[in-house]
Design a protein around this ligand. Structure first.
Ligand code: PLP
Length: 471
């Protein structure tokens, strides 16, 4: 493809994407394909000869679109949002076009410095501790997913417990063996904590009981679990507080969890994968009290900050233990800028070596919306969710099963699981709206998550009409 052809096809593709977004609500929100149907529409072998780009574009419509799910559609109320936006899409295009590989500062200074700077901006925008800036002792890095961020934190915690935390002994593993170390998270924590602990080789994970009503981690149960483990000769190494659990957006008491964790020398991590975006609104920051006590924190702009997947922020209060744990220096990566100590080499901040220019899309989003645009977006989603929660609460056959601190409404039918499932089935049969169910304390409930970029009040009204008719 020549540069001229690229110009032409690129414009056609951008037009195609804009058309696709403008017609999202006209297509089924869930694809009507059977397993294997998409593959069956593809030839058995890769093309031997070049094909015209117009054929490739046509196959987006023929092969791909019928197998798509409407994550950006106005009727998307399932799971959590995986929000995209036009500025983010353009940022992604720019990143692909610049085609950088920023493993070291030297291999792409702009990739590193824009990322550091944008994440320092976010420290101010989100009201998290100033020490998390790269200009201070801590710093931020973009990872692919919150699961990666949490896994990274777990690995650092494991090494700290193995070395007794002494920096100069970072490679001397004289402390507790991983098999004897314990990870704590609430029973409502995302499965990525358990998975990360498994991958990092921890011997024990305790899913701590939660409080009735709030579904937040019970601090008494946490203390009891730790005391039992210590009495058994185990080493508490890592505790994760959740701000916005996946099930119901429950909020753990970060300050209390962190105080208990620190008292036992544990690494304290916060998983705010979904809810973290809300803290761009100062009035919602009450849910984030105690962050100055934590070691690491993750949140996903790719969920609720209009930045398409993948874009997960990982902040640490002190970058030294992270770098000491993950840096390895083979001869082919020796670099004078790295040796000067004046630069950040993000390869030492996570598992992958190679890294792309993820910050560009976030930079585009922050500049295109402005902080006030993003605040307005979050506030509208929260407003719509609370309004819907009010309608649910006022209905005599529906019952909220959890509070709505952000933009998730969790409710059930008073007649039981069958009646609740019937509501979800009726909504999902509409073709234009989609929600999911989950189970809490043995009871099935409906989750309505408001946060797709195209969702407006009229779409929530349309959803409510379906819910009310099926109740
Ligand atoms: N943590 C929480 C609270 C989540 O809700 C999710 C996903 O929904 C994750 C972690 C995992 O996020 P990711 O897909 O970025 O790994």
């Amino acid at each position: 493809m020549t540069a001229d052809e690229f110009r032409r096809h690129g414009k056609a593709l951008v037009d195609w994407i804009a058309d696709h977004w403008e017609t999202l609500d006209e297509r089924p929100i869930r694809p009507a394909v059977t397993p294997g149907q998409v593959r069956d529409a593809l030839p058995d072998a890769a093309p031997e000869r070049p094909e015209p780009f117009s054929d490739v574009l046509a196959d987006l419509d023929r092969v791909v679109v019928p197998g798509l799910t409407g994550w950006q559609a106005p009727g998307w109320f399932a799971y959590f949002p995986a929000m995209a936006s036009f500025p983010a899409i353009l940022g992604e295009l720019a990143a692909a076009g610049l085609a950088q590989q920023g493993m070291l500062w030297s291999t792409s200074p702009a990739t590193t410095e824009v990322e550091s700077h944008v994440l320092d901006w976010l420290v101010d925008l989100m009201g998290v501790p100033q020490t998390w800036k790269t200009t201070g002792p801590g710093g931020g890095v973009l990872q692919m997913s919150a699961s990666d961020s949490t896994h990274t934190a777990l690995v650092v915690a494991r090494e700290r417990a193995r070395t007794g935390g002494a920096r100069e002994r970072a490679r001397e593993r004289t402390g507790a063996r991983a098999e004897d170390q314990v990870v704590y998270a609430s029973a409502q924590a995302h499965s990525s904590v358990e998975k990360g602990a498994m991958v990092a080789g921890f011997g024990h994970i305790r899913l701590v009981a939660t409080e009735a009503g709030t579904h937040a981690m019970s601090i008494d149960a946490l203390r009891t679990a730790i005391a039992t483990d210590v009495a058994d000769g185990l080493t508490p190494a890592f505790v994760c507080a959740a701000i916005g659990t996946t099930g119901t957006t429950a909020v753990d008491d970060v300050r209390a969890v962190a105080e208990v964790g620190r008292a036992h020398g544990m690494w304290v991590h916060v998983d705010a994968a979904y809810a973290g975006s809300a803290f761009i609104c100062p009035e919602l920051r009450g849910h984030a009290d105690g962050l100055e006590l934590v070691d690491s924190y993750t949140f996903n702009p790719h969920k609720w900050l209009a930045t398409n997947f993948d874009c997960s922020v990982f902040w640490v209060a002190d970058r030294q233990p992270l770098i000491e744990t993950l840096s390895i220096l083979p001869p082919y990566l020796v670099d004078s800028a790295s040796e000067s100590g004046a630069v950040i080499d993000y390869r030492d901040w996570h598992v992958p070596l190679g890294r792309r220019f993820r910050a560009l899309k976030l930079w585009f989003v922050l500049r295109s919306y402005g902080a006030e645009g993003l605040r307005a977006m979050i506030r509208e989603h929260v407003r719509l969710a609370r309004e819907l929660a009010g309608r649910v609460a006022a209905h005599d056959r529906l019952e909220l099963v959890a509070p709505t601190p952000f933009a998730l409404v969790s409710f059930a039918h008073v007649d039981g699981d069958e009646a609740t499932t019937r509501i979800a089935d009726a909504v999902n049969a509409s073709g234009h709206s989609y929600l999911t169910t989950s189970v809490l304390d043995g009871r099935t409930y409906v989750r309505v998550s408001i946060g797709a970029p195209t969702t407006r009040a009229e779409h929530v009204d349309r959803l409510w009409d379906l819910i009310a008719a099926a109740t």
